[in-house]
Design a binder for this molecule. Structure first.
Ligand code: HEM
Length: 490
C-alpha cells in the first residue's frame, strides 16, 4: 500500500509539474504573506512607497510583495530599475492593470493604461502628432510663453496678498495640452474647463486612496467601498467630453488644415478606413488617449511647479541665486525662451532638483512582464505586475550625496556647470518612458523662469520659511499640501 501511495505521489508531482508552468518559476524573496490578505498588514495604504522602500533594506532591491492574494515584484534603487526598464526593456514594457485602470481604459485602450499592439500604435501616432504641432505655425514654445504671460497677469492681480496658486497654475499648464488636443485654450473661468480639472484632481487622489487599493485587491468588497464608483462616474464624464468634441469635429475636418490632435486622429481614422485596415483608430481609443493626454499633461507638470514655488519660499537664498542668473542672462524685459536654458546652469540644476525632491510619481505606473523572463536569477512569469519604484531611485543613497535634502549641487560640477545624472528618473525610463518628457521640460523651464523673472515669492507674513511643510499629500501623484504665497514684484 505504501509503495502504491509513493508511486501515486510521484505521478501526481510529475503531472503537476507538466501541467502547471508555475512549478518552474522562482519569485524573489519577500516578507512572509498571510493567507488572503498577503502583506496588507504591513502596508501603509496612504504612502505605500514608504513601506516598499523600507522593505528593500531587509529584502534587497528585488523582492516579492503580496497585494492581497496577488504577487507583485518590486524593484528599488537605480541599478535594479535601470536593468529592468532599459537593459531588459522588452520584457518589462507591458502595462500592469488593476480593476480600476481596466475600467478607465475600457480594457487597455489609450496610452497610459494601453496594452499590446494598440498601445504601440497609439503611442507612435501621438508622439508624431505632438512633434508636428510643435513645429507648426505657432510652436508649442510660443504658446507656453503666451500662457505664462497670462499667468503672470493673474498673479499680479492679487497685488501681493496671499493666495493659493493651485487652480490657476493647473489651468495655465492644462491650456498647453488643450491647445494640442482641442486646438484651442480655455478661459481660466470657463466652467467646463474647471470641471475637467476638478475631475482630474479628484481622480488622482481617489485613484490611490486606501479604499480604491482595497477594491483592487478584493473586488468582491465592491459594496462596502465607494471610491472606485466615484472614479468610474468621473471617468465617464471626463471621456464624455472628448467624445462630444470628436462628434462635433467629425464633419469639419480638413486633412490639409488639421487644427488639433482630435482632427489628426479623425483624418488618420479615415485613411485607415479607406484602406480597409482600421484596427485601432476608433472612438474608444480617441477618447481614452485624449483623456490621458489631458490628465497626464496637467497634473504632473502643475504639481511640479507648485513644488518649485514652495521650495523657493522655503530656501530664499536659492531663490535669490536663481533670480541673479535670470537677471544676468535674460534681464527683466524680454520673455524667456527655451534656448536660454543652455546658458542657465543654475536654473537647470534647480529645476532638476525640484523634480528629484518633488518625487511627483513615487510609485511609478504599474508595469507588467510581457513574457516569461529571468531577472537577476529569478524566473518571473509573463503577466506579473512589477513596481519599478521611482521614489527609491530619486533618493538612492548610492547615487545622491544628500538624498533627503534639497541641494541643486547634485546637478552642478565644481565650476558651476550643469551635469546630467543617470539616476534622475522622474519620467521613468525604457519603452514606457513618459511620452510628454520633452514638453514637460519646456513647460517647467518657461513657466518657472517667467514667474521668477517677474516676482519674488514669500510665504504669508505670519509664516516663516522654516514653518513651510514639505510633507506630501497622498495620491497617484505626490503633491504639496495646499499653501498660500505672496508675490513681491521686482
Ligand atoms: C507616463 C512622469 C508630464 C504624458 C509617465 C510615467 C511617469 C511620468 C513616471 C510612467 C512611465 C512608466 O510607466 O514607466 C511625468 C512627469 C511629468 C509628466 C514627472 C511632468 C513633470 C507629462 C506630460 C504629458 C505626459 C506633459 C503629456 C503629453 C504621459 C503619457 C504616459 C506618461 C501619455 C504614458 C506612457 C506609456 O504608457 O507609454 N509620465 N510625466 N506626461 N506620461 Fe508623463
Amino acid at each position: 500500500v505504501s509503495l502504491a501511495l509513493v508511486l501515486t505521489a510521484f505521478m501526481f508531482l510529475y503531472f503537476y509539474s507538466k501541467s502547471s508552468k508555475s512549478f518552474n518559476y522562482n519569485f524573489p524573496p519577500g516578507p512572509p504573506a498571510l493567507p488572503v490578505i498577503g502583506n496588507l498588514n504591513i502596508l501603509d495604504l496612504h504612502r505605500p512607497y514608504k513601506t516598499l522602500s523600507k522593505l528593500s533594506e531587509t529584502y534587497g532591491n528585488v523582492f516579492t510583495f503580496h497585494m492581497g492574494p496577488k504577487k507583485y515584484v518590486v524593484l528599488t534603487g537605480y541599478e535594479a530599475v535601470k536593468e529592468a526598464l532599459v537593459t531588459q526593456a522588452d520584457d518589462f514594457s507591458e502595462r500592469g492593470q488593476t480593476h480600476t485602470t481596466e475600467i478607465f481604459s475600457k480594457g487597455g485602450n489609450g496610452i497610459v493604461f494601453g496594452k499590446g499592439e494598440s498601445w504601440k500604435v497609439m503611442r507612435r501616432f501621438t508622439l508624431s502628432t505632438l512633434r508636428d504641432f510643435g513645429m507648426g505655425k505657432k510652436t508649442i514654445e510660443d504658446r507656453i510663453i503666451e500662457e505664462s504671460q497670462r499667468l503672470v497677469e493673474v498673479f499680479q492681480s492679487h497685488k501681493g496678498k496671499p493666495f493659493d496658486p493651485q487652480i490657476i497654475i493647473s489651468s495655465a499648464v492644462s491650456n498647453i495640452i488643450c491647445s494640442i488636443v482641442f486646438g484651442d485654450r480655455f478661459d481660466y473661468g470657463d466652467a467646463q474647463f474647471l470641471n475637467l480639472q476638478r475631475i482630474v484632481n479628484e481622480s488622482v487622489k481617489l485613484g490611490a486612496s486606501p479604499k480604491t487599493q482595497l477594491y483592487n485587491m478584493f473586488p468582491f468588497l465592491d459594496f462596502f467601498l465607494s471610491d472606485h464608483k466615484k472614479l468610474r462616474r468621473n471617468g465617464k464624464m471626463f471621456q464624455g467630453y472628448f467624445r462630444n468634441t470628436y462628434k462635433d469635429c467629425k464633419d469639419s475636418v480638413d486633412s490639409n488644415d488639421l487644427r488639433s490632435f482630435i482632427d489628426t486622429f479623425i483624418s488618420r481614422q479615415r485613411e485607415e478606413e479607406a484602406r480597409n485596415s482600421n484596427k485601432y483608430f476608433h472612438e474608444d481609443n480617441m477618447a481614452v488617449t485624449s483623456a490621458n493626454l489631458f490628465a497626464a499633461g496637467t497634473e504632473t507638470t502643475s504639481t511640479t511647479l507648485r513644488w518649485g514655488l514652495l521650495l523657493m519660499m522655503k530656501y530664499p537664498h536659492i531663490q535669490d541665486k536663481v533670480q541673479e542668473e535670470i537677471e544676468s542672462v535674460i534681464g527683466r524685459e524680454r520673455p524667456p525662451q527655451a534656448e536660454d536654458r543652455k546658458s542657465m546652469p543654475y536654473m537647470d540644476a534647480v529645476l532638476h532638483e525640484i523634480q528629484r525632491v518633488g518625487n511627483v510619481v513615487p510609485m511609478n505606473l504599474l508595469h507588467e512582464t510581457r513574457v516569461d523572463t529571468t531577472f537577476r536569477g529569478y524566473r518571473i512569469p509573463k503577466g506579473t505586475p512589477v513596481i519599478p519604484l521611482l521614489s527609491s531611485v530619486l533618493s538612492d543613497k548610492t547615487q545622491w550625496e544628500t538624498p533627503h535634502q534639497f541641494n541643486p549641487n547634485h546637478f552642478l560640477d565644481a565650476q558651476g556647470k550643469f551635469v546630467k545624472r543617470d539616476a534622475f528618473m522622474p519620467f521613468s525610463a525604457g519603452r514606457r518612458v513618459c511620452l510628454g518628457e520633452t514638453l514637460a521640460k519646456m513647460e517647467l523651464f518657461l513657466f518657472f523662469t517667467m514667474l521668477l523673472q517677474k516676482f519674488h515669492f514669500r510665504p504669508p507674513q505670519e509664516v516663516s520659511p522654516e514653518q513651510l511643510d514639505l510633507t506630501p499629500t497622498p495620491g497617484v501623484t505626490s503633491s504639496p499640501q495646499p499653501f498660500q504665497l505672496c508675490t513681491l514684484s521686482h
